[in-house]
Design a protein around this ligand. Structure first.
Ligand code: ATP
Length: 310
């Protein structure tokens, strides 16, 4: 239904997005995962014709929308990262204002507003001004605005950044409902791999403008089928211990954080006794050594040598 073809955007000398290829079929929830600066916002801004690509094409039902964005604009809803609401208006007044921009009015607009307030869980706060809302409530209303014209496709740019856990799970459940009950197609960008794992049918992972992996969760995790991830925990680590790990030829990658070191090694390697000895020799008191089931976070670590959450 929607396709990005060899899409690139260059800002001065830097590619924010480089040769990105993606497709989205009707009714899918697609995850676009990547750390800050990966190029996710730039990619979706090109998709929603807010940013003009340097190269490549965006196609909707096999037709380029770069010169004629109207057919896609009519059916797409965009939830931007920045909250775009009027603080001095109530929730209801905000929806009325944006609804009129979409040329909705009278009983149709009223019905739509009631339905949206119910969906985003703000019916009982409809008459309160937005400036009294928590960050999570503002984000929910921001999503409500994007739903006013009954879009077939909704694009959400990191809609859960910096909000309370309750609003976060409300938003995730709302995305699932929109997809299940209204067959809405969703493109969801995030740097939280657990959100993308929970929501999405297929996933694209970007880093520094490049697409580094794509497929279903299972397909992506198969990238790690020959490796395993070991998490080592201690109250503190030292450089000598980390150096020993990095020099060990059976260890493929080491990511050291204050109280946790993650290593990736070949599946068949048995490092347990070596790790205990290395810790003893370097004066580290281990709290735990665990072999983890691979997550998308581990795939990112494997492909880039960095943790996604950094
Ligand atoms: N208008 C712009 N001018 C110059 N550089 C830009 C512009 N917009 C984005 N960039 C750069 O392009 C790269 C990708 O940014 P982008 O915002 O698309 O990433 P992101 O994955 O959405 O991350 P974030 O979650 O931080 O927004 C970054 O290095 C960013 O600094």
């Amino acid at each position: 239904m929607l396709e990005l073809v060899d899409l690139s955007k260059k800002f001065k000398q830097i590619y924010a997005v480089k040769n990105l290829n993606m497709f989205i079929e009707k009714g899918e929830i697609i995850g676009l995962l990547g750390p800050n600066g990966a190029g996710k916002s730039t990619a979706i801004s090109m998709l929603t014709s807010l940013v003009e690509p340097t190269d490549g094409d965006v196609r909707f039902h096999n037709k380029s929308i770069l010169k004629k964005p109207a057919p896609l604009r009519a059916v797409i809803g965009m939830v931007p990262q920045e909250i775009a609401l009027y603080d001095d208006l109530t929730a209801q007044e905000n929806l009325q204002f944006f609804g009129r921009i979409y040329r909705l009015k009278g009983a149709v607009l009223k019905k739509k507003i009631d339905e949206i307030l119910e969906l985003i869980g703000l019916t009982d706060r409809r008459k309160d001004v937005v400036k009294t809302f928590s960050g999570g409530m503002k984000r929910r209303l921001n999503i409500g605005v994007a739903l006013l014209h009954d879009p077939e496709v909704i694009v959400m740019d990191e809609p859960t950044v910096g909000i309370d856990p309750q609003s976060r799970s409300y938003i995730l459940e709302t995305v699932k409902r929109l997809n299940a009950e209204r067959q809405m197609t969703v493109l969801y960008t995030s740097h939280y791999m657990e959100e993308v794992e929970f929501l999405c049918d297929r996933i694209y992972i970007m880093d520094k403008g490049d697409l580094i992996a794509s497929g279903t969760k299972e397909e992506i995790k198969r990238i790690l089928s020959a490796e395993k991830t070991i998490s080592i925990k201690a109250d503190r680590f030292n450089d000598t211990f980390i150096d020993l790990l990095e020099q060990n030829p059976t260890i493929n990658r080491v990511v050291a954080e204050e109280k946790e070191v993650t290593i990736i090694t070949a599946k068949e390697t048995n490092l347990f006794s070596d790790l205990i000895k290395m810790a003893e020799d370097t004066g580290i008191e281990l709290n735990s050594v665990d072999v983890k089931t691979p997550t998308l976070e581990d795939v990112f670590l494997h492909l880039t040598g960095r943790a996604l959450r950094d």
